[in-house]
Ligand binder design. Structure first.
Ligand code: ZN
Length: 846
């Protein structure tokens, strides 16, 4: 464990090495008391003196980290030279000539550009590329909106204009003071590994928006990302002796030499396969209860395996580049390479024991040479690691060698029992009676996703992690599976009793607006937003409303009860019209693979790629949650999954197009990049439809959108609309609905306007089959004729409607009926929205 201790100390030195920059920009002065007579000359730069000062004042002296952290510009011994080299490799994006200091008090503190400003996507650069515009505000990480801002913009959204100098100084000061208060609380944490993660988590929350450098460089890497990557690299480089470090340093400066192309670190990736089937291949009965718990479990499992790998490799959490969405990437010393096969085999054994062959986690790796950290070079190794990961997936279980047959075939054999789990179908595991369902049998694992995760998730605010030794637990609940990787997890409500210990981690799934739970200062307090919304029946009134509309058998099977998760049948009858269906929406970022591979071009570095991952997922894990919760939609929208770069949502069909449109539009505002966009689609399904089929249908809709030239589209009612067209379609649908709603039936129903538009659009589309769009057809004179007649009919009794009809006719004629398909779809949409709810005078469904 000597090695682990030393690596932790190095990691802490790396994490803290530039903390002085934060202090400096907050206008801190160095006091003689804490600097022990040291002056700038001892450290070369003023920020390093500030770092020294901070460490003396706040970091437990037992860790002996001051000399490590502060001397990175004037190293005097091996460990200090290590941090210096790591700092330089981590900042591969900076011009080598740039002095890494910004002491000048006359330059106001700058703000961070989102990494999207550096990305070339869909054939175009960011509109503000190379311009001194578009900044994140200076505020600890939060999903709140700025109440003082005239547009009430969220803090995680960049703004076109920077803060005025005074406001920026003040914002830095406020953040620094809050940061120091938390650092003060952490002083009692006297265990080094626990302290390192807690400090990293603290930096995540405060330094996410602070640029690591801006003097002669683009401020696009946060102090948080730069610090953790410096720590990661320092840990990797600690495998080498001082002579080697000095040689590497020389070759880095001269961009050549013997070690220029020698490997210095190992990039490791982990990726779970089988995710789709694991989540969706469940019986439709009770699906709503099971789905979110299963999808959330995969997040927990990914983290548990990641922690297991870190533990096996004796690495601190700083070495994680990214984790989320069923995969993780980390940076390890070269010596890790020979350990990976053994670790891979151990993971496979554990997953086989708990999940059979349903889930597999592949590990892949690539060695990165010294030159790989130069801007533009890193992507090559990133790709190589991904390729290796793909290969690992294709030869799954070979790592088990001769053991493979016994292990894999043992689990895939039929259990032979006559009972099987009503949710996942397993028949080779102990089953128990499912209380709620009465006559059903369910395995304890499936039951735990429902009882211990799904049910608790909507009211939980925190996830409490505890890490220990991996154990050979037999298959049981999900907690037994996590225990196999040495991880325990508990969902906590706002102020639930919890005994926090040093070394625990706490994930706040929402902003901890009322402060962190009591006693949690000894844990690493992370913000790890998760879309944990599951619609729940609010009260007796809503329960009654739902039950009234359920069929007699549905009501008997799963009636709505206050405080209980809504089933898909419940959500379906909450559709706003008599057309009772669910809308299943899938969306993801277009061409994301290409964006990662080529988007950063000659600017690609380790830090920039990790910034791209984390800023992307901040939107999908964090902001999407806010979009769903808006206007009470969280009571209707079921988030099966939201993270990485994609979302999968289910809700009453009429609510979902608005949610999708909001996500696409706000993603555009968040990145500010017209070349970064989302595509997706919506499928209509019934509440009893099999979940895997719903997932497939939504995937087909998404594929339809992705098949459209340029993507950036949403498939709805069997057509892929560009988002701007879709917004217009929505507007037209509203116009039509307003026109025909509430108008009398006598003298020809105005609703016939909807029929007319649909039949004209149908004629047009049939004529257009297989040809270029015809410019002329009978729908033109028919349209003119019927719209004129309708105008005449309504002229006196409904002048407003008449005028709208006349305007529509004129518009059609002016542009040769070009927008007819749009109006046809709008009419269809309006019809579905206007369909009346069946009368329920017999108390049941008609
Ligand atoms: Zn099961």
């Amino acid at each position: 464990m000597k090695k682990l201790e030393e690596r932790m100390r190095i990691a802490l030195g790396g994490i803290l090495h530039d903390i002085g920059k934060f202090a400096q920009r907050a206008g801190e002065q160095v006091s003689a008391e804490w600097s022990e007579g040291k002056t700038q000359a001892d450290f070369k730069y003023q920020h390093a003196l500030h770092t020294w000062h901070f460490v003396q004042k706040y970091v437990p002296s037992d860790f002996q980290v001051g000399v490590l952290a502060a001397y990175h510009h004037a190293p005097q011994n091996a460990a200090q030279r290590l941090i210096r080299l790591a700092d330089q490799l981590s900042a591969g994006e900076r011009d080598s000539g740039a002095t890494r200091d910004d002491s000048d008090r006359t330059i106001h503190p700058r703000q961070l550009h989102p990494i999207f400003t550096q990305v070339f996507a869909d054939g175009q650069p960011h509109p503000f590329a190379g311009k001194d515009r578009f900044y994140f505000p200076l505020k600890p990480l939060t999903l709140l909106r700025d109440e003082k801002d005239e547009h009430q913009r969220p803090y995680i959204f960049p703004r076109e204009e920077p803060l005025a100098a005074d406001a920026a100084w003040a914002a830095y000061k406020e953040m620094w003071d809050a940061f120091c208060r938390e650092a003060e609380q952490m002083k009692r944490l006297d265990e080094l590994p626990a302290y390192v993660e807690a400090m990293q988590a603290l930096l995540q929350r405060y330094a996410w928006c602070i640029p690591s450098a801006y003097f002669k460089s683009v401020p696009d890497i946060s102090l948080y990302d730069h610090s953790r990557m410096t720590a990661a690299l320092a840990v990797c480089l600690s495998d080498f002796d001082d002579a080697k470090i000095q040689a590497l340093n020389h070759d880095w400066q001269t961009k050549g030499g013997a070690s220029w192309s020698e490997p210095v670190a190992l990039l490791v990736g982990g990726d779970i396969s089988g995710v789709q089937d694991f989540i969706y291949t469940i019986s439709s009965k009770g699906a709503a209860k099971a789905l979110r718990g299963r999808s959330f479990y995969l997040q927990l499992l990914t983290e548990a395996v990641l922690r297991f790998v870190l533990r096996e490799l004796a690495l601190p959490y700083t070495n994680v580049i990214y984790s989320g969405g069923g995969h993780f990437f980390l940076l390890a010393p070269l010596s890790a390479k020979k350990e990976l096969p053994k670790i891979q085999a151990a993971i496979s054994r554990k997953l086989l024991a708990h999940h059979g062959t349903a889930l597999y986690l592949a590990l892949g790796s690539a060695e990165v040479p010294l030159s790989g950290f130069r801007a533009g070079e890193f992507t090559r190794y990133w790709d190589a690691m991904h390729k290796n990961l793909q290969e690992a997936k294709s030869r799954r279980y070979t790592e088990l060698g001769a053991e493979m047959h016994t292990l894999v075939f043992a689990v895939s054999e039929d259990g032979g029992g006559d009972k099987h789990c009503a949710v996942c179908g397993a028949d080779d595991v102990p089953l128990s009676q499912w209380k709620e369902e009465g006559d059903e049998w369910i395995c304890s694992q499936c039951r735990s996703y429902v009882e211990d995760l799904g049910k608790k998730l909507p009211t939980s605010r925190y996830l409490h992690w505890r890490f220990g030794q991996a154990q050979d637990t037999p298959r049981g609940t999900f907690a037994d599976a996590l225990q196999a990787f040495g991880v325990q997890v508990r969902l906590l409500k706002t102020d639930e009793e919890a005994d926090f210990q040093a070394g625990d981690a706490l994930w706040a799934l929402n902003d901890p607006e009322d402060g962190w739970p009591r006693g949690s200062a000894v844990a690493a307090r992370w913000l790890r937003y998760a879309v944990n919304q599951i619609p729940v029946v609010k009260d007796a009134e809503e329960a009654e409303e739902i039950n009234k509309r359920l069929s007699a058998s549905e009501r008997k099977e799963s009636p709505a009860k206050p405080g209980v998760t809504k089933t898909f049948a419940h959500l379906q009858v909450q559709s706003g019209s008599g057309f009772e269906r669910l809308g299943v929406v899938r969306l993801d970022v277009d061409n994301l693979g290409t964006v990662f591979k080529d988007g950063l071009g000659d600017k690609a570095t380790l830090s920039r790629l990790s910034a791209l991952s984390s800023q992307m997922s901040l939107f999908f894990e964090g902001w999407v949650k806010k979009i769903i919760a808006r206007e009470g939609r969280d009571r209707l929208v079921y988030a099966v999954y939201a993270g990485g770069d994609d979302v999968f949502l289910i809700g009453p069909w009429d609510v979902m197009p608005d949610v999708a449109l909001d996500i696409a539009k706000e993603f555009g505002e968040y990145t500010g990049h017209p070349g970064l966009h989302i595509s997706g689609g919506m499928a209509f399904i019934g509440g009893k439809y099999p979940v895997y089929q719903a997932a497939e249908d939504a995937k087909d809709a998404e594929d339809l959108a992705k098949g459209r030239d340029g993507k950036n589209a949403f498939a709805f009612l069997n057509t892929a609309w560009r988002w701007d067209e879709f917004e217009k379609l929505k507007g037209n649908q509203e116009t039509l609905r307003n026109l025909v709603q509430g108008t009398g039936e006598e003298g020809g129903s105005p609703k016939s306007l909807l029929m007319l538009l649909r039949s004209l659009a149908k004629m047009e589309s049939e004529a257009a089959q297989g040809k270029k769009r015809p410019v002329w057809g009978r729908w033109m004179w028919m349209g003119a004729y019927h719209l004129t007649r309708a105008f005449e009919r309504n002229k006196k009794k409904n002048p407003a409607l008449a005028k709208a009809l006349e305007d529509m006719r004129q518009e059609f004629e002016e542009n040769n009926y070009k927008d007819l398909p749009q109006w046809g779809a709008a009419a269809r949409w309006a019809q579905l929205k206007l369909r009346r709810k069946a009368k329920l005078d017999d108390g049941g469904k008609l």
